[in-house]
Design a protein around this ligand. Structure first.
Ligand SMILES: Cc1cc2nc3c(=O)[nH]c(=O)nc-3n(C[C@H](O)[C@H](O)[C@H](O)COP(=O)(O)OP(=O)(O)OC[C@H]3O[C@@H](n4cnc5c(N)ncnc54)[C@H](O)[C@@H]3O)c2cc1C
Length: 614
């Protein structure tokens, strides 16, 4: 293979491939940081969750000059802690919120067929029909059957293509055949329908890379500490680079600032308090906890959606695991690290055990994660566009805030806020075209999947390895295979998490903007929730691989591992605590790794792999 110095860190240049332009390498970060200081942007987006990353893609693909700054890591907030469904929301159908169902099913179809078929896949879900007297039974089947049929019809007829198989009615035996762990005495049958499933953190990284490929400057570990204002207009932001804690804050100039900061939206409003503007929207946080248990703990080939007293509970197949969730309780404590308490865990176990023939216990649990829903509350003034789901407001000239909504409809939120930015900017900018823009790795995916056996043979790996990579990287898989060929040490399974390969850690640091061990074990891979050791047994190996790319010396490597282990310990402790207050106190014992890195030398000694032609 030709080993030519790759065009790392170069900003958009027509002669550079889209993949190369979208590579978030350490050198690219340095280049983009320089751009933040030197250039004036049309749109600066604060927040690298799905909404902010989506807004950056939307704006950049309209030809605007864009910057995206994220305080921690991509998807470090709510966007890595969801139920991982791209869904229309059966719930909204029941509430006759037909426009919301229509909107979400359209997005589901687009994502699964055109924009991200490598990341969004159909997942079968059973709606169990509870045991009841014959009259109620007929009524239930009719009611749920009609709902699910309408869901499919909406997707097929109005949703611009389903991208999902159709629903089917099942008898009790049929349901138990698909889900043997369902208690026979609890059901009379079921209806199987499909929704989309994705790895939420990976989809966000992919969006951020797609924005970078369109020329956006994309920088993580960059916290916005305030707005730069001239008269009564926001003209930029002040940023602190958390990877260089000693360095002074600097200003980034922008014609429009878009705050897509989820449950941190009120912090943005707070930054304007001295000028007395009304924020126009308020966001409150509601905590949702999920459990992860091994696939062997429950026997079933489909997911379940169960009604609870207040909401619904999903039991979803997730590779070699099940995800069970979620709860819904107000949260006013630490928003960066929401903690799950023993009470949350007990609640989830009780709910799911009501329908399982073998009850789950805490011993079955591999991982637990908690996320905060950014719910709009009160105050939506005349400048706002408020659907029940999301809002876009302009609290001050030059500043737009977008919040609420759900993961599935990120593209709609992004288009709404950038439409407003474009109106403000004037000029000849195009309308949103993200419905036509496949994310990185989507181009040619169907063909690559068809040829996966050939690909495996050509690269001397098993078909299983190629499938694993294709489902996580799409057609970018060829780059990981090239790295494995160039460096056989990367073709080995990761210690403690053999379903992942060492190359994925190297690639995360080289191309996916991962700066810390936590980024890799929690979000680029999901080892922190998929193993009973929660990544502790993978930390050393991953730190060696990552450190080789990022030029970590022994001190940095040790600190990264120690920090990660401290986080795992704090999280475990918090999950034994009886309530939120005690759980939060235990969790905040392990501080965020960002901002601790005074002596880090990220691009001191780039690994040889930077020479691989990707
Ligand atoms: C338990 C749970 C389950 C869910 N399940 C689903 C589901 O299955 N399907 C679905 O469609 N939706 C689901 N959702 C909703 C969905 O996850 C959220 O609506 C979505 O992730 C919100 O994304 P966001 O980008 O707006 O916010 P976030 O992902 O929180 O992003 C905001 C970002 O802003 C950054 N930030 C904050 N302050 C600053 C600053 N000063 N400077 C720089 N950056 C800053 C944060 O670090 C953060 O990364 C679920 C939500 C929860 C909580």
């Amino acid at each position: 293979m030709t080993r030519v110095r790759a065009n790392l860190g170069r900003v958009r240049d027509p002669s550079v491939s889209r993949y190369t332009a979208g590579r978030l390498s350490p050198i690219r970060r340095a280049t983009d940081l320089r751009r933040l200081r030197d250039e004036k942007f049309d749109v600066l987006v604060i927040g690298g969750g799905v909404t902010g990353a989506g807004a950056a893609v939307d704006a950049a693909s309209r030809g605007l000059k864009v910057a995206l700054v994220e305080a921690r890591d991509f998807a470090a907030g709510t966007s890595s802690r969801s139920s991982k469904l791209i869904h229309g929301g059966l719930r909204y159908l029941e509430q006759l919120e037909l426009h919301l169902v229509h909107e979400a099913l359209t997005e589901r179809g687009l994502l699964a067929t055109r924009l991200a078929p490598h990341l969004v896949r159909p997942v079968p879900i059973l709606v169990p029909l509870p045991a009841a007297n014959p009259v109620k039974r007929v009524w239930q089947r009719g009611y749920y059957g009609l709902g699910v049929a309408a869901y499919d019809a909406f997707a097929g007829v109005f949703g611009g293509g389903r991208g999902m198989p159709l629903h089917r009615h099942l008898s009790r035996d049929g349901a138990r055949h698909l889900f043997p762990s369902l208690r026979a005495d609890k059901i009379t049958g079921a209806i199987r329908y499909y929704d989309g499933q994705m790895d939420d953190a990976r989809l966000v990284v992919n969006l951020a890379r797609t924005a970078a490929a369109q020329g956006a400057a994309v920088v993580t570990s960059a916290r916005v500490t305030g707005f730069v204002r001239e008269a009564r207009e926001v003209v930029g932001v002040r940023v602190r680079d958390l990877e260089s804690p000693g360095s002074p804050e600097f200003e980034v100039r922008a014609r429009t600032v878009v705050a897509a900061t989820g449950v941190w939206s009120d912090d943005m409003s707070e930054m304007l308090r001295d000028v007395g503007v009304r924020p126009g929207l308020r966001v409150r946080a509601s905590k949702g906890v999920h459990l992860v248990v091994p696939r062997s703990a429950i026997t079933g080939e489909a997911g379940l959606i169960l009604r609870t007293a207040t909401s619904v509970l999903f039991v979803l197949p997730w590779g070699g695991h099940w995800i069970i969730g979620t709860t819904d309780t107000d949260w006013e404590l630490d928003r960066s690290h929401p903690a799950a308490s023993a009470r949350d865990i007990r609640y989830l176990l009780d709910q799911v055990n009501a329908v399982l023939d073998r009850p789950l216990t805490t011993d079955d649990i591999e991982g637990v994660y908690a996320g905060l829903r950014p719910l709009l509350s009160g105050e939506a003034d005349s400048t706002s566009k408020l659907s029940r789901e999301h809002a876009v407001v302009e609290p001050m000239l030059g500043l737009l805030m977008v919040a609420g909504g759900k993961y599935t409809t990120y593209r709609v939120m992004a288009a709404d806020v950038i439409d407003q930015a474009v109106r403000r900017l004037g000029g000849e900018f195009r309308a949103s075209r993200t419905d036509q823009l496949p994310l990185l790795g989507a181009d040619g995916y169907a063909a690559a999947w068809r040829d996966r056996q050939d690909m495996a043979r050509r690269h001397g790996v098993t078909t299983g390895v190629v499938e694993h990579l294709l489902e996580r990287y799409g057609t970018l898989t060829v780059h990981l295979l090239a790295m494995m060929e160039a460096e056989p040490g990367l073709a080995v399974p990761l210690d403690g998490a053999p379903e992942y390969l060492a190359v994925e850690v190297a690639y995360a640091a080289l191309a996916e903007g991962a700066l810390h061990l936590d980024d890799v074990l929690t979000r680029r891979t999901r080892i922190s929730i998929e193993t009973t050791h929660r990544g502790a047994e993978s930390a050393e190996h991953a730190a060696r691989v990552m450190g080789a790319v990022l030029g970590w010396d022994e001190t940095v490597r040790t600190r990264e591992v120690e920090h990660y282990l401290a986080r795992v310990t704090a999280e475990r402790q918090s999950q034994t605590m009886p309530d939120d207050l005690a759980a939060d106190a235990a969790r905040v014992g392990a501080p965020d790794v960002r901002g601790l890195a005074a002596d880090r030398g990220h691009h001191a000694a780039p690994h040889d792999l930077l020479e691989v032609d990707l």
